[in-house]
Ligand binder design. Structure first.
Ligand code: R5P
Length: 293
């Protein structure tokens, strides 16, 4: 039998997925010691031979990562033979190469640690770059939450939608959404300064007058990328602007800054739980996991 082990960072998504799959689920016990160290306990003496373990690694990333490693190791010690590690948001994925000499390739290190801690298979959503999967020496699957965003807006019956990606890297996601909505789609040219991190977006004239524009990105972190696009769109008489993403990191006052720049609504998926995570990837994840059972 297979059961779902749910880590402290993905409780709602984990429960939804277990329900979709009609599998038993267990919430791990966790606490933080006074010195800041993490504690994990799997509250079971007997556990199934196969496990689906769900734990996202959004901020506080290091805490969530340590919890993940502790859960993997504790599960193996309990005799679990196969663990499918579902990490809806994989932290450190944007440091996937040495941009400057001497830098650590952070996500390469994480891939090693995830395997060493006990994962036999790795499933994630919209990893920053597909080639990151090559760092994993275990079978790895990169799912896309794009269709969940498309379905959300389809059910909302948005009139006159137009989908945009803030850069070429997110164009595939915008296309997934626009196909479902059967509407136009494009992307902007974006450049980020490697040292300062400042983002510049090239102006582009679009046929968006009186349309509802849905911006789709993989991650919204500081909001700078989205704000640049919103400022360009605002000069073109759009009716409404949604900023959507798979992974709503929303650091600091990102939400306020985006609202001030003219974004009407910010939405994300539950790959990262937050107040804007109103779109669930649970069905997509459950469908993918069904193939593994
Ligand atoms: C970068 O290429 C990603 O796709 C996102 O566009 C980026 O991480 C968003 O970051 P921020 O919100 O800080 O501009």
């Amino acid at each position: 039998m297979v059961e779902v082990l749910i880590g402290p960072s993905s409780i709602e998504l984990g429960i939804k997925v277990a329900q979709e799959l009609n599998l038993k689920h267990t919430l791990v016990e966790s606490k933080i010691f006074p010195d800041g160290e993490s504690y994990i306990r799997i509250p079971e003496e007997k556990i199934d031979k196969e496990l689906i373990l769900i734990q996202s690694t959004h901020p506080p990333q290091n805490k969530h990562l340590i919890e993940l490693f502790l859960m993997l190791d504790a599960a193996k010690d309990l005799g679990v033979e196969k663990i499918i590690a579902v990490i809806p948001y994989l932290a450190y994925a944007r440091q996937d190469k040495r941009f400057r000499p001497g830098e650590a390739i952070s996500v390469k290190v994480l891939a090693k640690l995830i395997k060493e801690a006990g994962a036999d298979k790795f499933i994630t959503f919209n990893i920053h770059k597909e080639k990151i999967l090559d760092f994993f020496n275990i079978e790895s699957i990169n799912l896309s939450g794009g269709p969940a965003i498309g379905d959300y807006f389809l059910q909302k019956r948005v009139i006159n939608p137009y989908v945009v990606a803030p850069d070429e890297g997110a164009y595939y996601l915008a296309l997934e959404v626009s196909k479902i909505l059967n509407c136009e789609c494009t992307y902007f040219e974006k450049k980020r300064d490697k040292v300062t991190g400042v983002v510049k977006t090239e102006f582009k004239k679009l046929d968006v007058k009186n349309k509802t524009v849905i911006i789709v990105d993989d991650i919204i972190s500081t909001g700078s990328t989205i704000i640049n696009v919103a400022e360009i769109l605002k000069t073109q008489n759009v009716k409404k602007i949604y900023a959507t993403c798979i992974h709503p990191l929303l650091i600091g006052d990102a939400q306020n800054k985006m609202k001030t720049a003219g974004i009407d609504e910010i939405l994300g998926t539950d790959c990262i739980p937050s107040e804007v995570s109103k779109i669930s990837v649970s069905k997509i994840l459950a469908e993918a996991l069904k193939k593994e059972l």
